[in-house]
Design a protein around this ligand. Structure first.
Ligand SMILES: *Cc1c(COP(=O)(O)O)cnc(C)c1O
Length: 395
């Protein structure tokens, strides 16, 4: 595996000159080719008109599907473009119908929006939502998951990487359990896509969602969905339109057979082109090389953080990714974020809503989330540490 040429990566990310961006789990910095694709597409819309540009750019729009299918090791017609990860996920989740007493299995590290959706549908159908506990490493407990499987379990739906913790859930092992039990498996890969190599066949998931702006370095308001071919026609989308379906008479319609049945007619075309470019760009570095560098930087950051008095790292997991979370006894996470901004360091605060169940379980209110990408450097980590020491010691 070739190493990342960090110098080139930073040259192609002009904002690196101005900020230390440790908010890649929020939204990464766009590299030049992605920003240019976005700007140029919008300029064409301005100049030629939106519909006319879509015709002119049909190939670069189509490239999104090629790129996404290469990224995930699937077919083009198993991919849908969405406005974000939440909508992609919801289009699948809300396609499921449950019977009273059916069970949905998830993890306590599940994303807040997903937990709201589970509850809404569980209430509607009289189904039961079960949070599989974590094991001693803080990841989903596979043995408990296996023991919970029975004929009433109709869906296993988990995240690969949660929003507010560095842990990585064992997606492949869960896939094996789901497959041998014949239970549909929905994977929220929003934080792992672009950071960790994802092969949907190896993982064995039936559907997977991701977002453009996080580790893929695409624009905001872009997302993607993968649905396994055999599942597509079994899932009736909760919403349909003249793109996802077709009227065959005033009273009849047919739903298209590919994953585009989960799309809408109107789309953020500039974003779709730019997301295709972002995926190609990520693939040109190699996701394996990206992961290796991210993991190395993140563990360096954790090691250095652990040396500061009063700082507690809150990450769990046998495997830890580029999301580094911590609290400090001296100061709240929100205050730390604010103070770091004076040093032009971007981090975010994970509060109660994104990982409500996990935070309640752990007794956490809010944590600082410093999430690194391959274009970050050890020098930036040292600068971050120096700033943090000043902030915590002067207060
Ligand atoms: C950010 C995030 C989401 C939501 O993604 P959007 O693109 O904002 O809809 C879902 N799940 C996880 C784990 C996330 O981190």
């Amino acid at each position: 595996m070739s190493e990342i040429d960090v110098k080139r990566a930073r040259e192609e990310t002009p904002a690196c000159k101005d900020v230390v961006h440790f908010n890649n789990a929020g939204a990464s910095l766009m590299p030049i080719p992605v920003a240019e694709a976005l700007h140029e597409y919008l300029k064409k819309e301005e100049k030629f008109g939106g519909y006319e540009t879509a015709e002119l750019e049909s190939e670069s729009l189509e490239n999104f599907y090629h790129a996404a299918s290469r990224l995930l090791n699937c077919e083009k017609d198993e991919i849908a473009f969405t406005e974000n990860a939440t909508r992609a996920w919801e289009m699948i989740f809300y396609s499921f119908r449950f019977q009273p007493g059916d069970k949905i299995l998830t993890t306590i590290s599940e994303y807040g929006s997903n937990v709201i959706a589970y509850n809404q549908q569980a209430e509607k159908y009289g189904a039961e939502l079960i949070f599989v506990p974590n094991d001693e490493y803080g990841q989903i407990d596979l043995r408990v998951l296996e023991n919970l499987i029975d004929e009433r379990v109709k869906l296993i739906s988990i995240n690969h990487v949660p929003t507010g913790n560095g842990l990585v859930n064992p997606a492949k092992e869960i896939g094996k359990i789901a497959k041998s039990a014949g239970i549909p498996y929905l994977l929220d890969a929003t934080q792992s896509i672009g950071q960790i190599p994802i092969d949907v066949k190896e993982i064995g998931c039936d559907a997977l969602c991701g977002t453009g702006r996080k580790y893929l370095r695409g624009p905001r308001a872009t997302g993607l969905l993968y649905v396994r071919k055999e599942m597509i026609e079994k899932l009736i989308p909760p919403f349909l339109d003249i793109h996802s379906a077709k009227l065959t008479s005033p009273y009849t319609y047919v739903i298209r057979p590919d994953a585009k049945r989960f799309e809408t007619w109107e789309q953020f075309m500039a974003g779709k082109v730019a997301l295709g470019v972002a995926i190609d760009y990520a693939l040109s570095w190699g996701i394996g090389a990206i992961q290796q560098r991210i993991y190395k930087l993140a563990s360096e950051l954790r090691e250095k953080l652990a040396e500061i008095d009063g700082v507690v790292i809150t990450d769990k997991g046998k495997e830890k990714c580029g999301i580094v979370t911590f609290i400090a006894h001296q100061m709240s996470a929100s205050q730390i974020k604010k103070q770091l901004a004076h040093y032009k360091i971007n981090v975010s605060v994970s509060g109660g809503s994104g990982n409500f169940v996990l935070f309640q379980h752990r007794g956490l209110k809010e944590v600082v989330r410093a999430s690194v990408h391959y274009y970050n450097t050890s020098e930036e980590i040292d600068y971050f540490m120096a700033a943090l020491k000043k902030i915590l010691i002067n207060n």
